[in-house]
Design a protein around this ligand. Structure first.
Ligand SMILES: N[C@@H](CCC(=O)N[C@@H](CS)C(=O)NCC(=O)O)C(=O)O
Length: 192
């Protein structure tokens, strides 16, 4: 084989290896393009921040079988070669370890800060948001998933989705929980 041919073969193989993008199992709604999981969006943003290529698999709530390989029943699930990572925060940790350029969580104090923010969002922001948009979310869910969504969320909240959906109350709650963030942003150097 001529040296140029060897070189070309190596390049082709290399390009093929480079072209294998990661796969993200991502929640979709009544329209496959409707991707509305805040946990999946975390991962999408982390991948975008790092400039990493990925493809998504549109996943629906009842599609548990499709996640059996990951031994998990929720999304996001990220597959990177033979690595399978579940849980949005664990995925961000994995990405920081495997692709340290442009860290999303960082280490030490930086990591602890993000951890605090994660719990703040999950415990305080998300419930207020959910109260504001519960029925909109229900309408966004695929019709085949709606009974499951209703049953699991009503069991979680202890009332019907219609009772839980209180947009005005939710917005007030949101305003309150976001007050410290508003104060912080007011002092931030990037404020316009
Ligand atoms: N702690 C997990 C939470 C993931 C999660 O709750 N995902 C939802 C979509 S937003 C899900 O897949 N739910 C499946 C179900 O309710 O059966 C994470 O951070 O990734």
């Amino acid at each position: 084989m001529l040296p140029t041919e060897v070189f070309l073969r190596i390049m082709i193989n290399h390009t093929e290896v480079m072209a294998v993008a990661m796969t993200l199992y991502d929640l979709c709604g009544r329209d496959e393009r409707l991707r509305f999981s805040p946990y999946c969006w975390r991962v999408r943003m982390a991948l975008a921040h790092k400039g990493l290529d990925y493809t998504t698999v549109a996943w629906r709530f009842l599609d548990k079988q499709a996640l059996a390989f990951a031994d998990y029943d929720k999304v996001p699930v990220l597959c990177d070669g033979d690595q399978v990572v579940t849980d949005s925060f664990e995925i961000m940790r994995y990405l920081d370890k495997a692709y340290p350029e442009a860290p999303v969580l960082g280490e030490g104090v930086s990591y602890q800060r993000v951890l605090l923010f994660k719990y703040f969002v999950e415990r305080s922001v998300n419930p207020a948001l959910f109260r504001t948009i519960a029925m909109d979310l229900f309408a966004a869910v695929h019709p085949d998933d709606r009974a499951y969504f209703r049953e699991t969320r009503e069991a979680r909240f202890g009332c019907t989705l219609e009772e839980f959906h209180q947009p005005e109350q939710g917005k007030q709650q949101l305003k309150q929980v976001l007050a410290p963030v508003r104060d912080m942003l007011r002092k931030a150097p990037f404020r316009r």
